[in-house]
Design a protein around this ligand. Sequence first.
Ligand code: PGA
Length: 251
Amino acid sequence: MRQTIVAGNWKLNGTRDSVKNLINGIKNGLDNNDKACVIISPVAIHMGLILKLLSDFSGIKVGSQNACANDSGAYTGELSCAMLQEYNVEYVIVGHSERRSLFKENDDDVANRFKAVKDSGLIPILCVGETLEERESDQTEVIISRQLDAVIDKFGVDSLQNSVIAYEPVWAIGTGKTATGEQAQEVHNFIRQKIAKLNQVISDKIQILYGGSVNGGNAKELFGKNDIDGGLIGGASLKADEFLKIIKAAN
Ligand code: PGA
């Protein structure tokens, strides 16, 4: 049985006050019946404050929105896995489509960042997904395969052990246009079958999240699909009540 993960990706949002309110709002709305593993990924500058707010509470885990492939040195603007680990960050989003498109991280960069996260004992959330153009030209599986193979060919299928994958169709991110449960399930199943051909145990265990305009209204349908093990949530993770609805949809 795979535990559902509900991971918030706060992107470039939040002030000292809004972050405090959001954390407290989520904390207060959680209860013992909630089954999902809840993760929030804030902007790095807010992490210290957040980890302090969560020091007496284990119901929310903290993730980073990215991590460098190198441990230290001349890499201006980056954040290393060793540093994240020192501050009790547990998860790292790797290869988000905004990193790929806006910051030009290619498949190989993403694979190297993924490996650094794994090597440090943190858990990567590896994002894959096709653009609208790619979907409309029937390239979805080709693109997803290429993005996964960048990691598998370089570091082996075993590197997917204790990792999380997020399927995030680019056309659904921040657009309000969610993939239907069937559309998402089809791709999730494709990913799981692809891994199964290499290692059945890893394929059975790996959590595959869906991301792209998930909200309190559509989460239940998505999470109900066989191969959808939760969500990576952008916009809706910035409102405590909406994020809580998504967490409750996993119960
Ligand atoms: P969204 O973002 O929920 O706002 O579509 C998802 C993501 O980018 O991870």
